[in-house]
Design a binder for this molecule. Structure first.
Ligand code: PAF
Length: 279
């Protein structure tokens, strides 16, 4: 497994690959878990070589403490990737990516950026767009793999690819869950024992919401979820929304030809957890 920290040397390596070699790319912020590794596994099956980036992107954090506390486990990440036969890892510094101007570009994602996460994390999607476009331009992958836990992020990246006429194909992969249903996330390792024990309630609740959506309208289901969290001793609901998968707009009247998802964000102490379920 080759490890590059500089764009120039990574690009030299990519240029040296034989014509026709396909590149699968898995962008990450490290603190890897089975969810990430499943993306690497899929990329391996579908491409000749796999490149994984590990970069905690400062411009997508709306909260300085969240950036400082974001878990960093680089040695463990590298050994996991090696054991998964990853071909190349790219671990740049912020200076390598941004030079001396650590700032986001401003994107127009046709309104997708103003829904859900966008209402609570100012500037987050401009930061994601900036880094993902930069990485796509450096790596020039044929396919790039993202987990559906960040479903809104995937829709935003698809929009960016379409608007900026990038040639990469975006592959969405199902959410990986712990045995008790908690969606895998790098942030889970920051939960206390008590918070970790409480966290499966998030998925349990959206699973019940899915059943209710069969007979009730979206606003009734949203109210029911809000009520479930009302007096929870450990978890604090930030939002729950039932939205159209394509537009991410909240559902008013159900249309049988459309696909919907329930999206949720919850705090356990200062750890923010998100999840979603197809309805
Ligand atoms: O989903 C993530 O881990 C990040 O948002 C990404 C796509 C690696 C960009 O920093």
């Amino acid at each position: 497994m080759l490890i590059f920290t500089e764009i120039k040397s990574l690009q030299q390596k990519i240029k040296s690959l034989k014509n026709g070699v396909t590149i699968g790319f898995v962008p990450t912020m490290g603190a890897l878990h089975e969810g990430h590794l499943s993306l690497v596994g899929k990329a391996k099956k579908e491409n000749d070589i796999v490149i994984v980036s590990i970069f905690v992107n400062p411009t997508q954090f709306d909260n300085a403490d969240d950036l400082t506390n974001y878990p960093k486990t680089i040695e463990k990440d590298l050994s996991l990737l090696k054991s998964f036969s990853c071909d190349i890892v790219f671990t740049p510094t912020p200076e390598e990516i941004y030079a001396d101007d650590i700032q986001s570009q401003s994107f127009d994602f046709d309104g997708l950026e103003f829904q859900m996460e966008g209402k609570f994390r100012a500037g987050h999607f401009n930061g994601v767009g900036t880094i993902v476009e930069r990485l796509f331009k450096v790596v020039k992958p044929h396919k790039a793999y993202f987990g559906e836990k960040d479903f809104q992020q995937i829709q935003i990246i698809r929009k960016m690819v379409e608007k900026r006429k990038l040639t990469v194909q975006i592959i969405a992969c199902p959410i990986h869950r712990e045995k008790d249903g908690l969606a895998m996330s790098s942030r889970n390792m920051r939960l206390t024992k008590e918070q970790r024990a409480a966290a499966p309630f998030i998925y349990e609740t959206i699973k019940k919401a899915k059943i209710q959506f069969g007979t009730k309208n979206a606003s009734e289901v949203v109210k029911w979820v809000e009520n479930e969290f009302q007096n929870h001793p450990i978890l604090r609901l930030e939002y729950v929304e039932i939205a159209d998968e394509d537009t991410l707009l909240p559902v008013e009247t159900k249309n049988p030809t459309k696909k919907y998802r329930a999206f949720i964000a919850v705090f356990a102490g200062n750890v923010r957890l998100i999840d979603n379920i197809s309805l």
